[in-house]
Design a protein around this ligand. Structure first.
Ligand code: SF4
Length: 122
């Protein structure tokens, strides 16, 4: 049996959890404070995912970049591909919070959305 330590990110308490496993198969999850941690440990062990936040160039905006994020978490293995695709983007202003910058980024099925309003300047 192997042991993997995880820190839950579900709340500020940050429970230090222990996953006992045999390779890919979980035997037991210990030291979680609630169901959120239990689900987090299962997901993190089986298929770790992350929300990605970054910026995208914007044409004629009041700022040169608009902050964006993935609408949903993406598989950790896809982060590099997602960032590479985002780095090539330049979008038109204006934009609003929630506007989709690009759909199905890097074949993940996840959209990239704006997290700030940016006005157009002449
Ligand atoms: S397991 Fe529950 S109590 Fe512990 S850090 Fe996660 S969300 Fe918070």
């Amino acid at each position: 049996m192997e042991v993997t330590k995880l820190i839950c990110i579900g709340c500020p308490k940050g429970c230090n959890m222990t996953v006992e496993h045999s390779g890919k198969v979980i035997d037991k999850i210990l030291d979680y404070g609630c169901k959120i941690g239990l689900e987090y440990a299962k997901n993190e062990f089986a298929e770790p995912k992350r929300i990605i936040t970054t910026t995208v160039k914007i044409k004629a905006g009041e700022l040169p970049f608009v902050p964006v994020k993935t609408k949903d978490p993406v598989n950790k293995e896809k982060i590099f591909a997602v960032m590479k695709e985002i780095s090539k983007l330049e979008i038109d202003s204006p934009v609003k919070v929630g506007d989709v910058v690009i759909s199905d980024i890097a074949g993940t099925g996840v959209d990239i959305v704006c997290t700030r309003n940016i006005k157009k300047v002449s």
